[in-house]
Design a protein around this ligand. Structure first.
Ligand code: NAD
Ligand code: 89V
Length: 343
């Protein structure tokens, strides 16, 4: 397969993980340009990662570079315009979550890429985390039978505002930033949901949006699940950034506990295994769960480009997760059970 030529837009906090991961995948792709509205950030990333070109304008980059894909690591308000620019230039894109700040923008950017006939993947990396891949594999094997109930929980007091200060300013906060990851995991493990109940809370002083939310999903097969997310849960030790889960099935259960401890109960007995992520030299102890999943996510994108197949977290697929976020906001406001939009 030919080496894929990519460009990264948005050289901020999280982009380093993307650039490190593309470097790990360097036998399959080359990042040939970076872009940031702040030219110093673009130049700094280009220098550090040995990337030949840097730009302050996406349009200029798309005009000048011959690209197989663009990796969009900017924050959500810019995603629609950048994806639409990629669509106009006939270039595929992988875009960070959340795909957009609103349902309207999210659907528009998916349609733009579909009309251009180019691939679009959302960089939704939680379902690609090693422990969650293993839990999904156990469930899919049928060893605990059909899932009947699940709890997917991400609660932390970790100071996320230090790295991502913009999160304090957003009106739609924890459901869109973090709930979107965990709702996606619930979809993958339990199947599609057709009813949503939600309560949200704003706990921390000085933030604009909600930093705690509890969602109850009714899944089409009859199962129920709880997705609870919180950035306002001080604790020690803090499991950040682990998602913990418990799934009951007709024949057993799966529990993912702190420190990557997976416990599976089946009619044959109970087993436990460590499902820790792989850590490589550029990863930090705290973030390696996520950093390792960035490599897995980006590898999946390259696999799909090479094979011409639809990514598991395509724009169209991620709209189904986005619909759960929208329904959660609606349910929190109305106090009623809401139905997610059909995608
Ligand atoms: P950031 O603000 O640190 O960086 C974003 C960069 O994009 C900035 O340097 C900004 O100048 C640049 N930018 C904005 N609009 C642009 C445009 N139109 N053209 C070129 N450059 C532009 O943000 P961040 O914390 O790195 O987050 C980026 C994205 O990554 C967000 O969507 C966030 O939700 C996501 N994120 C995902 C994870 C994860 O685990 N999946 C973790 C952290 C952040
Ligand atoms: O995914 C995110 O954007 C991050 C974090 C992993 C900390 O939740 O906010």
């Amino acid at each position: 397969m030919a080496i894929k030529r990519g460009a990264l837009v948005g050289c901020g906090f999280f982009s380093r993980n993307h650039l490190q991961a593309w470097r790990d995948l360097g036998d399959r792709c080359a990042i040939v340009a970076v872009c940031d509205l702040d030219p110093a950030k673009a130049e700094g990333a280009a220098l550090e990662f040995g990337i030949p070109a840097h730009y302050a304008s996406v349009e200029e980059m798309l005009d000048r570079e011959a690209l197989d894909f663009v990796d969009i690591a900017t924050t959500a308000p810019s995603h629609r315009a950048i994806v639409e620019a990629c669509a106009r230039h006939g270039v595929g894109a992988i875009v960070q979550k959340p795909m957009a700040p609103t349902w309207k923008d999210a659907t528009a950017l998916v349609v733009a890429m579909e009309q251009a006939g180019r691939p679009l993947m959302v960089h939704e990396n939680f379902r690609f985390q090693a422990p969650l891949l293993r839990a999904a594999e156990c469930l899919a094997s049928g060893m605990i039978g059909e899932p009947t109930w699940g709890r997917f929980s991400f609660r932390t007091g970790y100071d996320i505002y230090a790295g991502q200060p913009y999160l304090a300013e957003v009106e739609r906060f924890v459901l869109l930033d973090l709930g979107i990851h965990v709702l996606d995991v619930a979809r993958v493990l339990m199947g599609e949901a057709d009813s949503v109940v939600c309560r949200s809370q704003s706990i921390r002083d000085g933030i604009r949006g909600e930093d705690m939310a509890t969602v109850m999903l009714g899944h089409r097969g009859g199962a129920t699940s709880i997705v609870d997310v919180s950035y306002a849960s001080p604790q020690s030790p803090d499991p950040f950034p682990q998602t913990l889960l418990h799934v009951d099935g007709r024949k057993g259960s799966i529990q993912l506990e702190r420190d990557f401890h997976l416990i599976v109960t089946t009619p044959a007995g109970t087993t436990s295994e460590s499902v820790a992520p792989r850590a490589s030299h550029w990863m930090s102890q705290q973030w390696c769960l996520i950093q390792d999943s960035v490599v897995t996510t980006q590898r999946h994108w390259l696999d799909c480009l090479d094979r011409g197949t639809e990514p598991a977290t395509s724009g169209r697929d991620n709209l189904k997760t986005f619909a759960l976020v929208e329904a959660s906001y609606l349910a929190a406001a109305s106090g009623r059970r809401e139905s997610p939009a059909t995608v």
